[in-house]
Ligand binder design. Structure first.
Ligand SMILES: [Zn+2]
Length: 243
């Protein structure tokens, strides 16, 4: 694996070269649950230094600032990070590092609620709040209730890249259940000529059958992932009117 030297100066130059409309500060990655106090303190100090260096006097960074806030599993460090760098008025919004809580990891809603409260309580309630990473629809509903406004599409991409499709319940978000079809067993849907989801009106469900999608996936046709992404995005964007 090739290693790159990475610092705030490089980051600033990338933001400016790409003329980004918004950007995040560098943050020492979400520290894992078993991190000791020494590691936590180092992460907090490093994040603060990264932030200060990014906006050093005479240095221009173009675009709206989205403050990336970490702090791992300890409430004290969540709050510290928010206070250390979050109180600046000149920010468009906040992005909370929550990688230890994404799809596939063990999550505890009460714990997430408390950590988010530590991050947000000292900050302006009127600014955008986002999290990035694959969160399933149930988790998205939970996070919206905690005040998160923006999510990325990585859950959809993760599902389709691993040969899955999903469909939200008809009464989403009142009911946050969702159904997943797993195409990874090469024979499972080989002779199934029903739509992926019978009640779904998306392009994929109205024009293609499970057996054909299974064939496309088995033969690694590019069309397979295109059709799955269309299906999953239709499911996700379909509920936007409820937002
Ligand atoms: Zn569909």
């Amino acid at each position: 694996m090739e290693k790159y030297h990475w610092n705030v100066k490089t980051w600033r130059s990338i933001i400016n070269s790409f003329a980004c409309t918004s950007f995040e500060n560098l943050v020492d990655y979400d520290t894992p649950r078993d991190s000791g106090t020494k590691r936590q303190l180092k992460a907090a100090e490093r994040t603060k230094t990264f932030y200060e260096q990014l906006f050093e006097q005479d240095e221009k960074v173009h675009g709206e600032r989205i403050l990336a806030l970490g702090g791992g599993f300890q409430k004290y460090y969540r709050r510290k990070c928010a206070v250390d760098i979050g109180l600046n008025e000149d920010v468009a919004g906040y992005s909370v590092e929550f990688h230890e809580f994404v799809e596939g990891k063990e999550t505890d809603e009460e714990e997430m609620k408390e950590l988010l409260a530590e991050t947000f309580s000292p900050l302006s309630p009127s600014k955008l709040r986002m999290v990035s990473g694959p969160f399933n629809p149930k988790m998205v509903v939970f996070l919206v209730a905690q005040g998160i406004d923006i999510f990325d599409n990585s859950f959809a991409i993760k599902l389709t890249e691993t040969g899955h499709a999903f469909c939200l319940a008809d009464d989403f978000p009142t009911n946050s259940n969702f159904e997943v079809v797993d195409f990874n067993d090469a024979d499972k849907y080989a002779d199934d000529w029903t739509a992926p989801f019978e009640n779904c009106t998306c392009y994929t469900c109205t024009n293609y059958k499970k057996g054909y999608l299974q064939h496309l996936l088995n033969t690694k046709e590019l069309l397979a992932s295109i059709l799955l992404v269309m299906l999953v995005f239709a499911g996700i964007f379909g509920y936007l009117p409820y937002a």
